[in-house]
Design a protein around this ligand. Sequence first.
Ligand SMILES: Cc1cc2nc3c(=O)[nH]c(=O)nc-3n(C[C@H](O)[C@H](O)[C@H](O)COP(=O)(O)OP(=O)(O)OC[C@H]3O[C@@H](n4cnc5c(N)ncnc54)[C@H](O)[C@@H]3O)c2cc1C
Ligand code: SF4
Length: 483
Amino acid sequence: MSPEAAPPPKVPPKLNPVRVPVPEEPVGDRTGDFREVLHAYSKEDAVLEAKRCIQCRRPWCVEACPISQDAREYIRLIAAEDFDGAAKVTLREDPLSTCLCKVCYHYCEDACVVKKKGVPIAIRHLKRVALDYGNSDLVYVPSKPKHQRVAVVGAGPAGLMAAWELGVRGYAVTVFEQADRFGGLMQTIPAYRMTNADVETDRARFRDLDVTFVADTKIGRDRPLATLVAEYDAVFVSIGTSNHRRLGVPGEDKEGVLHALHFLTEINHDRPVTVGREVVVVGGGDVAMDSVRSALRKCSGGHVTLVYRRGRDEMPADPEEVAGAEHEGVRFLFQRAPVRIVGDDHVQGLVVQSVELGPPDAGGRRAPTPVPGTEETIPCDTVLVAVGQKADLEGFGAELDLQITNQGWPEGKQDGFATGLPGVFAAGGRSVVYAMGNATEAAEAIDRYLSGKRGETGTPRPDPFGGESSFHLPAGYTTPIRS
Ligand SMILES: Cc1cc2nc3c(=O)[nH]c(=O)nc-3n(C[C@H](O)[C@H](O)[C@H](O)COP(=O)(O)OP(=O)(O)OC[C@H]3O[C@@H](n4cnc5c(N)ncnc54)[C@H](O)[C@@H]3O)c2cc1C
Ligand code: SF4
């Protein structure tokens, strides 16, 4: 049954609509540095929050998750104060739990039946509780070796998930990453939300799998893709969107104009990056939110303004991040389009023009139209450009026949994300968990492809802890959404 065809959840009359508050740093203290903003529940509060879950017979939270995380079960175990059990359930389907418990956009919470009456169960925060209070120092166990090798290009969430899916099935996997760290775009997420140590905590559980990580190697430049195709039995291309998009207005090359991915990466690497005291950030997505909040922490008590060409309701950013930015004192200017950046060598201002929004298009977005005679200059000494990313396709030729999605990442057009080259698959995703869900689909297709070469059929994922069984959605459930 497709998700559209699923009947709406029935709302039980006696559910508790009020969430136990998640502890957070006071606003006044937190913008002076990059300390973590949200903290874990205490054990007692976690149990109270978990007891709000009514353990739906049909768990909408699980169905909404691109990786079919059995949230209902780990919440049940937390309510029973079995934190070790909850940690094991969490890590059974989600090898990047330490990262996702901090940054997942929690599609499960949007689907949670409690949302019909109030605030949904804090499913993501409870995942953190499972890891913090349960034994999360577990190690994944590979199945019998398959004696086939897979190369993964790119160590973002998609590449890491594919490596795990194939590693636990007994394949020998080599992950090639162009950067000096693993985690892909998660490496740009500011430390007040998650850190590089979180990626490393998750990656450490891979240590007994036959997965080798190779950093500082750009496929297509340092090694041609063709050599991987020749040397490995299959290749998974998960190169994501590592290049920034430009604003495309005059003055973009002036001193004081920074591109968000570069800005955020430099901060996370503890390399010097300076902003002035009047910062303007252009964009309306999650990268823009991370940029305004990071700029606020770098501007020595100055001011940060966000300029977005549509309205608040059209912002693609996570509402929690928008609220966080607003709470911390970021000024929002809606329905303004950048026209040019002014100044001599250094930025002195951003000229913007008001726009009117037309009726929603086929995708539900309202097209902005500039209003003549409405130009104004916002004085500033720094402009941060956060208008999207795109794939770097150097070395990935037309023979792959890739399609580029609306959000800019490349993927194979065929079933299971197969590309035009036999044995080569490509996928990624618009959020960490979507990238992981798509990688699962691709890894399953790779397993079928390689099993076929051995004269066998592909198998479902075994229990990654070497036990007897693993969780699978029972028959009749909707398949996870993996777009
Ligand atoms: C600032 C920021 C904040 C975000 N916040 C969130 C959030 O809170 N929650 C959320 O769910 N999502 C968030 N996202 C989105 C999320 O990070 C991405 O959707 C996700 O990382 C995509 O995963 P991926 O594996 O498809 O690609 P990527 O993460 O882009 O990983 C691709 C990897 O491939 C490597 N690579 C590229 N080309 C080559 C090559 N030729 N050879 C070798 N390696 C190569 C890259 O260096 C990179 O490590 C955020 C993104 C950004 C930029
Ligand atoms: S988290 Fe929400 S949707 Fe999931 S089982 Fe509990 S009440 Fe139901």
